[in-house]
Design a protein around this ligand. Structure first.
Ligand code: KG4
Ligand code: ZN
Length: 338
C-alpha cells in the first residue's frame, strides 16, 4: 500500500461521465457512463444533451466509484475534476459537483487540464513511465506531439492545423455509414482490409511535427464517390484499412521525428485514438527498432476517463498544488508549463 494521496477524479469534458479513484498511480476504481447511444443518432456530440446526461449520472457514478474502490468519501485526500478544455456546459457539471463535494467534505480540490490527464494516463498501465519523454496525444478533439520535459513542464512541438485524428476517423466513418464514434468501427473493419489498397495522401511532409487531416477526409469522400459511380470501389474493409494506415503513418512518423530530434528514450501515448490496434502495433515496432520504451495505457484508459484526472490530482496534491474553490472552467485551456 502506498501513502500517495487517495483522490476521486471526475471527467465531464465531452460525452463520457468518468469517475475514478486512485492512490497515486494505483488504480482503485474506474467507472464510466458513456453517452455514445444518446449522440449516435445525431452523428456527433450535442453539447446540451451531453451536459444534461452528466447531471443525471455524476452522483450515482461517484457512489459506484467509491464503493468499488472500497473508499469512504471521508477517507479521500482530495477531489479532482477536469477544468478544460472541452464543452463548457459539460465541464461545468463535473467541475461544480467536485467543488461542492470538496467544500462539503472539507477536502482539497484540484482542477485538472484534460490533456494533462491523457499525458498522465500511461502511468495507470505502468508506473515506471517518467519524463523526459515524447508523448503523442490523439483524440477526437486534439492531435499533438508533446515534449514532456518534466511533470508539469510541457512543450507542444506540433499539432493539427485543422481536424484532429479522431475527428477525421469520426467524420469519414459517418460518411461511410459506419456510425459514431468512427474510430472503433474503422479499427475493427480494417482488420480484414488491405492497407495498401488505396494511396490516400499523407499531409505536411515538410513540417516534422504538425498534422493536417481535413485533406484526407476530402480525398476519401471524393475517391468513394467517384469509384462508387464507376463501380470500381474496393471492398469497405480495404477503404477502412487504407484510411487508417494514412492516419497511423503520420502519427507514427511525426512522433518518432520528435524522438530522433530530442534523443529521449521514452515514448508515451494518450487519447482515444491510441486505443487503435494498428497504431499501437506500429508505435511498438518503431520503439523496438530504436530500443526506446513505449508506454500506452490499457485501451479503456486511452479514451476519456476519471482515473486519469484522479492521477493528475493525486500528483498535484502530493506537491501541495490545490485549486481555489472560486476557480471556474476554461473551455479553451491549453497545455503548457503549469
Ligand atoms: O480521448 P477521447 O475519448 O475523447 C476526446 O478527448 O476527444 O477520444 C475519442 C476519439 C474518437 O474520435 C474515437 O473515434 C477515437 O477516439 N477512438 C478510436 C478508437 N477508439 C476510440 N480511434 C481509432 N481506433 C480506436 N480503436
Ligand atoms: Zn480526451
Amino acid at each position: 500500500m502506498s501513502d500517495a494521496p487517495v483522490v476521486l477524479g471526475i471527467e465531464t469534458s465531452c460525452d463520457e461521465t468518468g469517475l475514478g479513484v486512485v492512490a497515486g498511480t494505483e488504480l482503485r476504481a474506474n467507472v464510466l457512463a458513456s453517452q455514445v447511444d444518446l449522440h449516435a443518432r445525431f452523428g456527433g456530440v450535442v453539447p446540451e444533451v451531453a451536459a444534461r446526461a452528466h447531471v443525471e449520472s455524476v452522483r450515482h457514478l461517484t457512489h459506484r466509484a467509491l464503493s468499488e474502490a472500497g473508499v469512504h468519501q471521508t477517507d479521500l485526500d482530495g477531489i479532482a475534476a477536469t477544468q478544460g478544455p472541452g464543452l463548457v456546459g459539460a465541464l461545468v457539471v463535473g467541475f461544480t459537483f467536485a467543488k461542492a463535494l470538496a467544500w462539503a467534505l472539507g477536502k482539497p480540490f484540484v482542477g485538472v487540464n484534460h490533456l494533462e490527464g491523457h499525458l498522465f494516463a500511461p502511468l495507470l498501465g505502468d508506473p515506471s513511465f517518467a519524463p523526459p519523454a515524447i508523448v503523442v496525444l490523439a483524440s477526437g478533439g486534439h492531435t499533438q506531439v508533446v515534449h514532456l520535459a518534466d511533470w508539469g513542464d510541457y512543450e507542444v512541438l506540433g499539432t493539427t492545423i485543422d481536424d484532429a485524428a479522431g475527428e477525421a476517423l469520426d467524420k469519414t466513418a459517418r460518411f461511410l455509414g459506419l456510425g459514431y464514434p468512427g474510430g472503433p468501427a474503422i479499427d475493427q473493419l480494417a482488420e480484414s482490409g488491405d492497407p495498401t489498397a488505396i494511396a490516400f495522401p499523407r499531409a505536411l511532409p515538410d513540417r516534422p511535427y504538425d498534422f493536417s487531416f481535413s485533406g484526407l477526409k476530402t480525398s476519401l469522400i471524393t475517391y468513394v464517390r467517384q469509384n462508387h459511380h464507376a463501380g470500381t470501389l474496393p471492398p469497405l474493409p480495404d477503404v477502412a484499412a487504407s484510411l487508417q494506415e494514412a492516419i497511423v503513418d503520420v502519427l507514427v512518423e511525426k512522433t518518432f521525428n520528435a524522438v530522433d530530434a530530442t534523443g529521449v528514450k521514452v515514448v508515451g501515448g494518450g487519447g482515444g485514438v491510441m486505443a487503435n490496434s494498428r497504431l499501437r502495433a506500429r508505435l511498438q515496432e518503431e520503439a523496438d527498432k530504436r530500443e526506446v520504451g513505449l508506454f500506452v495505457p490499457p485501451r479503456d484508459l486511452c479514451t476519456d476517463n476519471g482515473a486519469m484526472i484522479a492521477v493528475v490530482g493525486s500528483h498535484k496534491l502530493a506537491r501541495g498544488e490545490v485549486t481555489d474553490l472560486g476557480a471556474d472552467v476554461d473551455a479553451g485551456l491549453v497545455l503548457g508549463v503549469s
